[in-house]
Design a protein around this ligand. Structure first.
Ligand SMILES: *Cc1c(COP(=O)(O)O)cnc(C)c1O
Length: 386
């Protein structure tokens, strides 16, 4: 047995000297809160997605989801439909607004929200569908938009994993949803430390989200301090939130965005090697995107096949013993005490997510990992599964 190599974490951000220089420049500029870096970041992000979208920078995807639901008018008594296999942020924002989250099961192949389950969950109170592009693979958005049109529902996409991804040849962010929300949390496909971006093509929604992002004030600080009208005057038009992104974070984000095409290439390369070299083990490997579409490969989620002679927890332990970090995405929300108790949810109501949860683990897939490090993960999986 060789000496164990240093610990390989589940994820690590890919921050270089260019990011450090950009943040230092922002620090030296004398403007650290939302200002010119954030404006440039929004413009560059909108241009990256294309299709004439507007981009609104926020200090987390959670903030972005909250703004989007507020802007489409979600309120007390309304219901929004979301998958159980997601992070709590997707649906906690509905509760902020006094609305209810209706959790549904996922598709057994993609682990994305099941369109048939959405349709079965619609009630007279349903207002919106919140699809989550699980792991970076786009949901069946054609089916979801068809349901939304048929029942007069809004769609807000949780695209925290899906930068960049596409669906039927269209980039996620440009699809005909009310709004799409991306995350720049530390372990996402690009990071600003904490941060997010909401995109929409709806002018009125964009305007509402811009105002609500900053206290419901009709002019932001940079506009006030650089325009010719008096700096001290502003109007509060609503009880807004404090969700603006700092220029320090935006400066970091601009460099990360410029590197995103290289990031996604590296992620695709890592995913392709996992798919190739883990084939033949008693595993259900994650599906690839349909031909012509982009998978963001935020996560590489393995499921143990029925033929595996070890449990998920044993595989997690074997990898930990080999100095490799793993994770589980996610403990389904129907198992989380708050959601379980509030809506009296039972595991048997979510058979697909439940079965997946018992057998799943996510292995390291991040741009800063080396081929040798990935080789260690593959070797450790072979050793415990073969
Ligand atoms: C990370 C994540 C979020 C929240 O993103 P933040 O930027 O941390 O608020 C929301 N939904 C999903 C599915 C996520 O993975």
């Amino acid at each position: 047995m060789s000496v164990p190599a240093s610990f390989l974490p589940f994820a690590r951000p890919d921050i270089g000297e260019a990011e450090i220089d950009a943040v230092a420049r922002a620090l030296r500029s004398g403007w650290v809160t939302t200002g010119p870096e954030t404006r440039a970041f929004e413009q560059e992000f909108a241009a990256f997605l294309g299709g004439g979208v507007q981009a609104i920078a926020v200090n987390s995807a959670t903030a972005g989801l909250h703004l989007a639901l507020e802007a489409i008018g979600i309120g007390p008594g309304d219901e929004v439909i979301a998958p159980t296999l997601t992070f709590t942020a997707t649906v906690e924002v509905a509760r902020y607004l006094g609305a209810d989250a209706v959790l549904v099961d996922v598709d057994p192949v993609t682990l994305n929200i099941d369109p048939a389950a959405i349709e079965a969950a619609i009630t007279p109170r349903t207002r919106a569908i919140l699809p989550v592009h699980y792991g970076g693979l786009a949901c069946d958005m054609a089916a979801i938009h068809a349901i939304a049109r048929r029942y007069g529902l809004q769609v807000v996409e949780d695209a925290a994993h899906a930068l960049p991804a596409s669906c039927g040849g269209t980039p996620v962010g440009q699809l005909p949803s009310a709004a799409t929300v991306f995350s720049f949390y530390a372990n996402k496909t690009m990071t600003t430390g904490e941060g997010g971006m909401v995109v929409t093509r709806d002018e009125a929604l964009a305007a509402r989200m811009r105002v609500m992002r900053l206290h419901g004030i009709s002019r932001d600080a940079f506009d006030r301090f650089t325009s010719r009208t008096p700096a001290w005057y502003y109007e509060v038009v609503a009880p807004g939130f404090k969700y603006n992104l700092t220029d320090l974070a935006a400066a970091l984000g601009r460099v990360q965005l410029a590197r995103l095409p290289a990031f996604v290439q590296r992620r695709q390369q890592l995913a392709a090697r996992y798919l190739r070299e883990l084939a033949g083990l008693p595993l259900v490997l994650p599906p690839q995107a349909p031909a012509g579409d982009t998978h963001a490969w935020h996560l590489f989620v393995l499921r143990l096949a029925d033929t595996a002679r070890v449990t998920r927890d044993e595989v997690v332990q074997a990898l930990a013993d080999a100095g490799i970090g793993t994770s589980v995405h996610f403990v389904p929300l129907h198992r989380q005490p708050y959601w379980r108790d509030r809506y009296a949810l039972r595991p048997q109501d979510f058979p697909v997510a439940e079965a997946a949860y018992q057998r799943m683990l996510s292995v390291p897939l991040f741009t800063a990992m080396s081929d040798a490090e990935q080789g260690r993960v593959i070797a450790a999986l072979r050793a415990c599964l073969q």
